[in-house]
Design a protein around this ligand. Structure first.
Ligand code: MN
Ligand code: MG
Length: 647
């Protein structure tokens, strides 16, 4: 073959190849997410002081390595709520502090994992702006947030600067399906609930302000496109809601899925799981494919429970690379079988080692003094008397809610608080009680006072509804026959003590000679019976139509325990904090705590001498004496029998 012919042949092969390529240029890109880690770097529950198979970036890191190895091209993002949420976060923020130049321990871990970028969550603002800046300055990856601006005070919003870069355009080289290198401009845009201005008012007022999430997307996405972004990944720290959009919603991710230009959504904030059956009937959701209105989307749980994965197919067009399909999934670090938690991922030893010093210091910090108790707290007789172990929770919740309602439309509602004794023996055993001595109270004791990781919810209810709430609680007691002189069992053992809500801010009596008004399903079974009597607010009988804001938890507010009227519809505020975080912050703030119960409820006088009996811990014998409760003998399984004489 002569030189000329060879060159024609070569060029025709080359042009054929180019022609074929034009049809086939495809990139498979895997995009992964962590969200709502809340300082859970390793597999440890500091409240229980033991290893946990249900939390920890160290375990997610193992899933990440596997998921990365499965593909040629991947990126990795964090969606925020990173710096606060377990005692490690408080240890750094409140004990050691963080100076400019210091590396926050979360980044000692995360900087090992090649994150491409991060987004700011609402909890990032909990410890103030300087702490936030010093923290994110120690990340080895960039941050973005598009809807928080620095307040410059000149009254002109047009020149306001974003607190963080409103978006990023990351140049990335990927391998296409033919094995060729391709450059792609990946746009990344972050969002936070504008509610930060209420939730962290003290840290933020006058310093920054927040804009609506959808408005911010509409503002920046065209700019990102004009700067050449081939694809755009949205990272909203925001859940999804079926409500019609007005403006300034906290949960705006479903609205974002309808904005042209967004190719993938890595969302979070609501500590839920997408795709999952929870969202089967959510409008626009396809939980088999993992899309929201056609856009691949993922929300990988909380505390390092899951890795979120979006698999995008990109095709080259005249306008650059475009999404030509995509799916999503979540991968869990554990599964539950027969009520047992089974680990699905080992903790990555490098991540564990990276925060070893801070982890050990946090365990020590849990034992340090947080404040002082002027009286002991125990729950041995929490079902018989207004009790300090419940009172301190209610006091903390009232303190928290009064702050939370400031400047909202609910500002002038009087605040009540509901709480129940969590640790009160029962089936868990005779040592399952809270018992704290007067004197120093440590951080670890928070877990004795509030066992469950509930979040604080506020419901709006009137006097009549609150009365029914308490009627349901009063199902804790058997009906007592005033004509009997023999001992009578006081406690209805089928009624869980965590459903014995006591409401502070009002006073009332419980008439246990009447039958229970409700059964355990929240159905009225004795329509004529009212056990809750003499219910008073501010020294006057409680009016049926008087409105209140009542602090409770997500479990109760959304229908847990089947309380009358409580089905989620009364919830006015889903606070961003756990009840036990509110309690810890209350003790941090007050330092000296008087936990004495205010005796706002008691058994109504019976008019006859009646003896009731029940079981509790033998450790309560001395405390019982002071309350007129007499120990009468040993019971099975380590319990002691007690007798209380009522009149
Ligand atoms: Mn969160
Ligand atoms: Mg009380």
């Amino acid at each position: 073959m002569n030189k000329f012919k060879k060159s024609i042949l070569m060029s025709s092969i080359a042009s054929m190849a180019i022609f074929n390529h034009a049809n086939a240029e495809t990139i498979n890109l895997r995009i992964m997410e962590t969200t709502d880690l809340h300082t859970h770097m390793i597999d440890y529950d500091y409240y229980k002081d033991k290893q946990s198979n249900k939390v920890g970036l160290a375990k997610v890191a193992t899933l990440l390595k596997t998921a990365r190895a499965e593909v040629k091209n991947s990126m990795f993002f964090d969606n925020g709520d990173l710096l606060q949420g377990n005692p490690l976060g408080d240890y750094v923020a409140k004990k050691t502090g963080l100076k400019a130049g210091d590396t926050h321990p979360v980044y000692k871990a995360m900087n090992l994992l090649n994150y491409d970028a991060g987004n700011i969550g609402n909890h990032e603002f909990n410890y103030g702006l300087e702490f936030l800046k010093n923290s994110t300055d120690s990340a080895n990856f960039p941050y973005t947030n598009s809807n928080v601006y620095v307040e410059d005070g000149d009254g002109d919003k047009s020149n306001d600067k974003n607190l963080y870069p409103p978006f990023l355009i990351l140049d990335r080289q990927f391998k296409d399906t033919d094995g060729n290198n391709q450059m792609v401009k990946v746009g990344v845009i972050g969002f936070v609930p504008p509610q930060i201005m209420a939730w962290d008012k003290a840290n933020l007022e006058g310093k920054v302000y927040a804009a609506d999430i959808v408005d911010s997307a509409n503002k920046y996405i065209p700019i990102m496109k004009s700067l050449g972004a081939d694809i755009i990944i949205a990272i909203p720290h925001s859940g999804i809601s079926t409500a019609t959009r007005v403006s300034m919603e906290a949960n705006s991710s479903a609205y974002l899925s309808k904005i042209p230009g967004i190719d993938a959504i890595l969302f979070g904030h609501s500590h839920s799981f997408f795709p999952s059956d929870r969202f089967k009937s959510f409008p626009g959701a396809n939980v088999e494919k993992g899309t929201l209105n056609g856009v691949p989307a993922t929300m990988p749980g909380f505390w390092g429970s899951h890795l979120g994965i979006v698999d995008l197919k990109l095709k080259k067009t005249a306008d650059g690379w475009q999404r030509a399909g995509g799916t999503s999934q979540i991968r869990s670090i554990y599964k539950t079988e027969n009520r047992k938690t089974i680990s699905l991922a080992d903790a990555d030893p490098q991540i564990v080692a990276s925060v070893k010093a801070e982890h050990e210091a946090t365990i020590a910090y849990m034992n340090e003094k947080l404040g002082t108790l002027s009286a002991p707290i125990n729950s041995y007789f929490a079902l018989m008397y207004d009790d300090p172990s419940v009172q301190i929770v209610n006091n903390a919740q009232i303190w928290y809610v009064k702050n939370a309602l400031q400047g909202t439309e609910y500002d002038d509602l009087p605040v009540l608080s509901a709480a129940a004794p969590f640790k009160s023996g029962g089936r868990i055993g005779s040592d399952y009680y809270t018992s704290l001595k007067a004197g120093d109270i440590a951080y670890k004791n928070i877990a004795d006072l509030y066992v469950y990781p509930n979040t604080l919810h506020i419901v709006k209810m009137n006097g009549a509804e609150i009365r029914e709430w308490l009627e349901m609680s009063a199902g804790q007691f058997n009906q007592i026959d005033p004509s009997k002189s023999a001992d009578q069992e006081l406690i209805n053992k089928n009624f869980k003590s965590y459903n014995f809500d006591m409401i502070d801010g009002i006073s009332y009596e419980i008439d246990i000679t009447k039958p229970a008004r409700y059964n355990g399903k929240g159905e009225v079974i004795a329509a004529e019976s009212h056990r809750i009597i003499n219910i008073m607010y501010n020294g006057k009988p409680l009016a049926d139509d008087k409105m209140f804001a009542v602090a409770t938890n997500n479990y109760r507010a959304s229908g847990g325990g089947k309380f009358p009227g409580l089905n989620g519809s009364k919830t006015i505020i889903q606070a961003p904090d756990q009840n036990r975080v509110a309690l810890a912050n209350y003790i941090f703030e007050q330092k000296n705590i008087d936990p004495s119960a205010d005796n706002n409820w008691k058994f109504a006088p019976i008019g006859k001498d009646v003896n009731v009996i029940f079981i509790s811990s033998p450790d309560g014998i001395e405390f019982g004496k002071a309350l007129g409760i007499q120990a009468i003998g040993d019971e099975t399984e380590g319990f002691t029998s007690y007798r209380l004489s009522l009149k």
